[in-house]
Write a protein that binds this ligand. Structure first.
Ligand code: ADP
Ligand code: MG
Ligand code: MG
Length: 199
């Protein structure tokens, strides 16, 4: 079972990973976007960690809803509303349970990913964050480590794809050969989940 402490640890580890990898995320976004993905997420996750320090979050659902709200209001760009929706929807799906099982988290994240697809209109193979998130939720039932591996593989698999959504899609064929920044940050987020479990 995972409690609110576990979820706060997950968000803190995700924030640390974003901090560590911000330059790389921005570099990836400079190749096929507008070179702001790292700084967008840095700003958002810093605000999220500050909000977790300040606000009371008694349940896993409350942690994720707060995370979603912070990401929506501070990240900006395309990824802010999308990551915010992922977290908020997952948090609302968990409801007000004090502890949740890995299966409940898998179900909640699946609802979040479905909401992201609904908001952004992307599907698998469009070279977006969904190419990491979908295989991750599929593998979550197995283990968090398996989900982290699936997300990492999914991010790498975006390299040969042609972007069909977001800024990168403006490049058409020239988007081929570059790893999607959002799929890369999604892999960091799922890796942080596996780290939180190991911690
Ligand atoms: P912006 O492109 O507005 O500057 P970011 O650089 O923060 O926003 O985020 C870009 C990432 O957002 C992309 O790499 C991609 O993974 C993701 N993204 C963009 N549009 C969509 C969409 N419609 N559906 C899912 N993910 C998307
Ligand atoms: Mg960008
Ligand atoms: Mg931008």
């Amino acid at each position: 079972m995972m409690d609110a402490d576990f979820f706060r640890r997950w968000m803190e580890l995700a924030a640390a990973a974003v901090e560590r990898e911000a330059d790389r995320l921005t570099e990836l976004d400079s190749a096929i976007g507008d070179a702001d993905h790292g700084s967008n997420l840095q700003r958002g996750f810093a605000a999220l960690v500050a909000a977790l320090d300040k606000e009371e979050t008694a349940t896993p659902g409350a942690v994720l809803v707060l995370a979603g709200r912070q990401l929506i209001s501070t990240v900006g760009g395309a990824s802010g509303p999308l990551y915010g929706t992922l977290m908020r929807r997952a948090g609302k799906t968990l409801g007000d349970a004090a502890e949740v099982t890995p299966a409940q988290l898998a179900e909640a994240l699946r609802a979040g990913v479905t909401a992201v697809a609904g908001l952004g209109g992307a599907k698998a193979g469009d070279k977006t964050m969904l190419d990491a998130l979908e295989p991750a939720v599929d593998a979550l039932g197995e283990s968090f480590a398996a989900a982290a591996q699936a997300a990492e593989r999914g991010a790498l698999a975006t390299v040969p794809m042609r972007a069909r959504k977001g800024r990168a899609s403006y490049l058409g064929e020239r988007s081929v050969g570059h790893q999607d920044p959002g799929a890369t940050s999604s892999a960091l987020l799922i890796a942080a989940l596996a780290e939180a479990e190991a911690a």
